[in-house]
Design a protein around this ligand. Structure first.
Ligand code: ASP
Ligand code: MG
Length: 402
């Protein structure tokens, strides 16, 4: 009989479950959802800054903690949160069972520190739901085909939630955090930033890749692939939300947001470098854009910036300079913060580069490249100029105070 009752997946971020009071609030919210007539699967992040503390703990011991053991350590954060939340829900009189990522059948590849989900086999979740349980799942973790415990990269609990929502054909995937949705810019930095009511998966994915917070890029990519609608809401019950779905209304803004993403780098390389892909791979710096110009330019990104120091860029340029014909290719690498506008207008309107340059006139030299990639138009700036540049772009493109 329970098969007909719609499933809702609710994900709560670390700040929502930071302490006992927060856990009780979340438990009450979950219980209310169930009593309103839903089957509920809850995905939790580690409480508060637990993951940061665990990373720090490992790094106090050694600058290069073993990746397998680090994954083992970090998954403990979410296990604490899931067990505590299950207890709190039981305390309110509803049946609840907690499950690890591995128990839920979240199967990943074995890339340490940033595994990707390859398959979800949620049999135990189904069984527990059929038995009338509220299921609490530890986010941010899975198990590889070698039966090793893996983590999904920082912020990976969103991905857990979306992957489970898709596998369970859930009616909704709700992502609760300390903000009431996705904004046209970071509201802490741009006071007149607006909450965005509805976004397409493509736009949200481009925004997340360009540095927008609230919803992780991997999670949005998964939602797009499996057509899962996402609802980003505040866990304190404030009204308002951002809905991310397949076909957003056509009358929404053509430029959705202004974003910034730290720890990016622009690599310039003259001529053809046959072994470039393998050099990039060995340095663990996946390109998010590659442009073939008369001088080839690649835009690069640090793999996991929250992972203490990021040695990837330095390693990459060292490798390039060590190549046999390095001299003639003259590799240069410029690090900085990627500042972008994102929206359906990019790539459709040909005259956006000029207003983009005009808005950023105080920050750009004529040589600063402006890069168009998909729905995103970006440039790389020194980190200390990024906030001012974002404010200038927001004022120019999103009607902020002139
Ligand atoms: N606790 C993990 C992190 O802090 C995963 C998550 O929050 O989604 O990155
Ligand atoms: Mg977290």
């Amino acid at each position: 009989m329970s098969a007909q009752i719609p499933i809702i997946v609710q994900k709560f971020g670390g700040s929502s479950v930071a302490d006992v009071a927060g856990i009780r609030r979340v438990a009450a919210h979950v219980v209310a959802t169930r009593r309103a007539g839903h089957r509920v699967v809850v995905v939790v992040s580690a409480m508060g800054k637990t993951t940061d503390s665990l990373v720090q703990l490992a790094h106090e011991l050694t600058p290069t903690p073993d990746r397998r053991e680090l994954d083992m350590l970090l998954t403990a954060g979410e296990r604490i949160a899931m067990a505590i939340l299950a207890m709190a829900i039981r305390d309110l009189g509803e049946p609840a069972t907690s499950l690890t990522g591995s128990q839920c059948g979240i199967i990943t590849n074995d890339a340490p520190g940033g595994a990707r989900i390859v398959e979800v086999r949620p049999f135990r979740v189904q069984d527990a739901l059929d038995a009338g349980q509220i299921v609490i799942v530890a986010g941010f973790q899975g198990v590889s085909w070698k039966k090793e415990v893996t983590t999904l990269g920082r912020g990976g609990s969103d991905t857990t939630a979306v992957a489970l929502a898709a596998a369970l054909s859930a009616e909704a995937c709700e992502i609760y955090s300390d903000v009431d949705g996705v904004y046209s810019a970071d509201p802490r930095k741009v006071p007149d930033a607006r909450r965005l009511e509805t976004l397409g998966h493509d736009e949200m994915l481009a925004m997340a890749r360009a540095g927008a917070k609230v919803l992780g890029a991997d999670a949005v990519a998964w939602a797009r692939l499996h057509d899962v609608a996402l609802y980003a809401r505040a866990s304190d019950g404030r009204p308002g939300e951002t809905v991310v779905r397949l076909n957003p209304p056509a009358d929404r803004p053509w430029i959705a947001a202004v974003t910034q993403r730290p720890h990016c780098a622009l690599l310039n390389w003259r001529g053809d470098v046959p072994n470039l892909p393998s050099v990039l791979q060995a340095s663990a710096v996946p390109p998010i854009l590659s442009l073939s110009l008369p001088d080839q330019t690649l835009l690069l990104i640090g793999r996991d910036v929250a992972d203490a120091v990021d040695p990837h860029f330095a390693r990459l340029i060292d490798r390039l300079r060590a190549l046999p014909d390095a001299q003639q290719h003259a590799p240069t690498l410029l690090e900085g913060t990627l500042v972008s506008i994102v929206g359906p207008a990019v790539g459709r309107e040909c005259d956006l580069v000029s207003p983009f340059r005009d808005a950023l006139a105080p920050f750009l030299t004529p040589q600063t490249p402006v890069l168009a990639h998909g729905l995103t138009l970006s440039c790389l700036l020194p980190p200390d100029q990024a906030d001012a540049a974002v404010a200038a772009l927001h004022a120019a493109f999103l009607g902020g105070a002139a």
